[in-house]
Design a protein around this ligand. Structure first.
Ligand code: NDP
Length: 346
């Protein structure tokens, strides 16, 4: 009997919030690596907010996952067969293997990992794509300066916690927004934020604004945008002249599809938004991290030692088993994750 692997495919496109029926667990024959390819047994896979966008058939910066196709995602694991001189069985690698127990990819698409340099899971979070996103967006477009004030939501996730910790180390006042008292305690505790607001405690942008105004007595110089919604509404009137907004994500609108900006009455705020950008001479810069991987080695050499020394703290949330990936993913979109969401496969 041929050896089997498991994978989770997109069973149908979600309408609004994804539900269990949108995913399907399948078995498939374990592929044989062709010349130049490497077969990897996945140990941990990453769950990231961008995957919600891949489930919609909408024009975006990346191609959607086809219905019946394996859900996309990055993962780390051990090489079990190789037809490339670059990898041998027993090596560890990161690759875009998808939501699957195994992945078979050309060696040039893989990154070799040295387990002596820290836990494998770090390559999915703090030292992987999300950590890199926080580092790049903050430095490139946030342009932090000592004494300024920064606000970041999804503050305890891998992007937000990187942004906050780096900004704090550069002498900024750092105010987080997160989804529970426990998350806020993590932000002000291990991650060293000056303050953190639980967004569930505020009904709308107006209430959010009042709380943010108290937490940011000198106004806001950098708003690292991860969520949109009422946090953005609350932040806008508090931005200082010359403020910067690295636009990284807007997770509160992801379930509204590609036209998410129409969600929750947000459309009515367009004139206010445009006027604020003009009057306060704001620098608003959207970015997609996939365009900037030439800077990844610089990130690793700067941040890797800070993670190793504990200067940058980590929080991971590890679900068990590929079959539980959809549940963990749907939970993450609602903020049920406590830190970087990972799934342990092997
Ligand atoms: P997280 O691990 O922080 O998980 C997402 C978090 O978003 C949830 O835990 C929840 O945190 C928060 N959230 C969900 N819904 C809402 C809501 N309605 N209002 C406020 N917060 C909400 O994610 P990441 O750190 O991986 O990603 C953070 C952001 O960065 C996302 O928007 C993501 O899409 C974006 N991103 C962008 C990239 C780019 O290239 N531009 C690359 C990587 C990430 P809580 O409970 O604390 O509210």
């Amino acid at each position: 009997m041929t050896e089997q692997m498991q994978r989770i495919v997109l069973a149908r496109r979600p309408e609004g919030e994804p539900v269990a029926e949108d995913f399907r667990l399948e078995e498939a024959a374990l592929p044989d690596p062709a010349d130049g390819e490497v077969l990897v047994k996945v140990h941990y896979m990453s769950l990231d907010p961008y995957m919600r966008g891949r489930m919609d058939d909408a024009k975006s910066y990346a191609t959607p996952v086809p219905v019946g196709g394996t859900m996309e995602g990055g993962a780390v694991g051990e090489v079990v067969a190789s037809k490339s001189d670059a990898f041998a069985p027993g090596d560890y690698a990161f690759g875009m293997f998808g939501w699957a127990s195994h992945g078979c990819l050309p060696a040039r698409e893989l990154r070799k990992l040295d387990p002596a340099h820290g836990p494998l899971t770090a390559a999915l979070g703090v030292l992987g794509m999300p950590g890199f996103t926080g580092w790049f967006g903050l430095n490139e477009y946030g342009k932090p300066k000592n004494g300024e004030t920064l606000v970041v939501a999804a503050a305890t996730g891998p992007v937000g916690s990187m942004v906050g910790q780096l900004a704090k180390a550069q002498g900024l006042r750092v105010v987080g927004v997160a989804g529970s008292p426990e998350k806020c305690a993590l932000a002000t505790g291990r991650f060293g934020f000056d303050a953190c607001l639980d967004h569930h405690a505020y009904a709308d942008g107006k209430e959010m604004r009042a709380a943010l105004a108290e937490a940011c007595p000198d106004g806001i110089d950098i708003y690292f945008e991860n969520v949109g919604g009422k946090v953005l509404e609350g932040v806008l009137p508090l931005l200082n002249v010359g403020g910067r907004i690295p636009v990284c994500g807007m997770i509160s609108w992801y379930n509204a599809g590609a036209l998410g900006a129409d969600a929750g009455g947000a459309k009515d705020n367009l004139p206010k938004l445009w006027r604020t950008i003009l009057v306060n001479r704001l620098h608003v810069h959207g970015f997609i991290i996939a365009d900037h991987f030439d800077r990844y080695p610089e990130f690793l050499s700067e941040v890797g030692p800070k993670v190793a020394s504990g200067e940058i703290g980590i929080q991971e949330d590890i679900a068990e088993g590929l079959e539980n990936a959809p549940e963990a993913f749907m939970g993450m979109l609602k903020g049920r994750n406590f830190g970087k969401q990972i799934v342990k496969i092997a």
